[in-house]
Design a protein around this ligand. Structure first.
Ligand SMILES: [Mg+2]
Length: 137
């Protein structure tokens, strides 16, 4: 029995080594696109899910700033607790990116169009910062 468990653990570890540890943005979008097609969830469900994720980011931020008490404190040390909550906020922000990708996929928006929009929107942000004299053009 012990030997069998060791073999299973070794096989599991080898499988984990072969699996990719990260996705690029393009790989992530392709995976979300594939999963969304399988799931076939309605656009309105994704929109509501996005609102849920944004709410989770807001709640996490309120806990980091001290406006709201921590839900499940992991430490009595304030800095440790804040760092833990910041990791949680990052998870919620990534959740919202994934749901955003699902919305774009459900909307039928091409990757080319998404890349064009990313450029347009970031350039617009740059222009606003130039007007506010926060950066030089
Ligand atoms: Mg979430």
């Amino acid at each position: 029995m012990v030997r069998k468990n060791r073999q299973n653990n070794r096989a599991f570890k080898n499988t984990m080594k072969e699996k990719k540890e990260t996705y690029t943005f393009v790989e992530a979008f392709n995976k979300v696109d594939e999963l969304r097609a399988i799931e076939n969830t309605s656009m309105s469900d994704y929109v509501i899910k996005m609102q849920e994720e944004v709410g989770e980011i807001a709640e996490s931020h309120l806990m980091i700033t001290g406006y709201k008490p921590m839900k499940n404190p992991v430490s009595k040390n304030k800095a440790t607790q804040i760092n833990h909550e910041k990791e949680h906020l990052a998870e919620e922000a990534v959740d919202s990116i994934i749901v955003g990708m699902a919305i774009l996929s459900a909307n039928g928006t091409s990757q080319q169009k998404i890349e064009e929009l990313l450029k347009q929107k970031i350039d617009k942000w740059v222009s606003k910062l130039v007007v506010k004299k926060k950066i030089k053009k």
